[in-house]
Design a protein around this ligand. Structure first.
Ligand SMILES: *[C@@H]1O[C@H](CO)[C@@H](O)[C@H](O)[C@H]1NC(C)=O
Ligand SMILES: *[C@@H]1O[C@H](CO)[C@@H](O)[C@H](O)[C@H]1NC(C)=O
Length: 267
């Protein structure tokens, strides 16, 4: 969710190819619209319950509105009840690899010290360019996804995945979503975790946003439409970007060449 906006005219297709190999993917219907909802989101089963998540190619960490045992949480009111880690959920501690990766993937958040004698839960704080923020602890629970591939029937797969239990969100207000699905290129991103669990082999993401609202999101190797123009993504950027570009609105140039980023989390 960077400070950018882009007019969505007709169908927008975003494709990011990052690495090679075989063909499986997940596809999720999108709900929401540019206006009046202001979000595009998927509904996914996490810990056996459904949650609506804002799809965000502009950030790495997935998080949910959450009630954390022993903590007073200030959560926004989303469409579903906040996630509550149960007794059996696997904790992610400050010394764990996931936590180290997390602090690399959240560039502006300094890693709190981890005392090996008294390791504490892995804490995160994510500040979006729009001024909103989420803070909480990393938990590890299952997510169920239907995996598709051309040669096999669809199969439901459950994987453990690390995400934020968002215990303090700002500003506090009602929201059409229960959290954010981090689709950025970081190790803690949803795509990297699907790949690490061999659910997908190729980390390609695509979304198709309808001008009437809705659409779909896929992750993995999908049957791609013909006539796609590919542009290499710049490395070493916080965001997916093809570099500087001239934007046109109804054929008219908008300002001069600008650095553009693909950020589905910004309306
Ligand atoms: C979550 O727990 C599972 C099962 O114990 C483990 O394999 C996985 O690595 C854990 N993931 C994270 C992010 O801690
Ligand atoms: C996501 O993680 C990658 C890899 O650590 C990092 O380069 C990038 O800046 C992160 N993106 C954002 C928006 O924080």
């Amino acid at each position: 969710m960077a400070a950018m906006w882009s007019p969505i005219i007709g169908l927008l297709l975003l494709l990011l190819q990052l690495a090679p190999s075989s063909s499986s993917y997940i596809q999720l219907p999108l709900e929401g619209s540019v206006h009046p909802v202001g979000y595009f989101y998927v509904t996914m089963n996490i810990g056996g319950k459904p949650y609506s998540l804002d799809i965000d190619t502009g950030s790495n960490l997935t998080w949910l509105e959450c009630k954390y045992p022993g903590h007073q949480c200030n959560t926004c009111k989303g469409p579903h009840r906040p996630y509550e880690p149960n007794r059996h959920h696997k904790k992610v501690m400050c010394g764990d690899q996931f936590c180290t990766d997390l602090h690399k993937d959240l560039p502006h958040y300094p890693e709190p010290r981890c005392y090996t004698q008294h390791p504490h839960e892995c804490h995160y704080h994510i500040q979006y360019v729009g001024g909103t923020s989420s803070e909480g602890f990393i938990v590890n629970d299952t997510v169920s996804v239907d995996v598709l591939s051309p040669s096999l029937p669809s199969r439901r797969v459950q994987i453990f995945f690390g995400f934020g239990c968002g215990c303090n969100q700002k500003p506090l207000k009602d929201s059409p979503v229960d959290g954010v699905l981090g689709l950025g290129m970081g190790k803690v991103g949803f795509v990297a975790q699907l790949k690490a669990h061999n659910v997908i082999r190729k980390d390609i993401i695509g979304h198709c946003l309808s001008i009437d609202g809705g659409g779909y999101l896929f992750v993995g190797e999908h049957h791609l439409p013909d006539h796609i123009t590919w542009a290499p993504m710049r490395k070493y950027s916080h965001y997916y970007t093809p570099g500087p570009a001239q934007l046109l609105l109804g054929g008219e140039k908008i300002g001069s060449q600008k650095m553009v980023v693909f950020d589905s989390g910004t309306t």
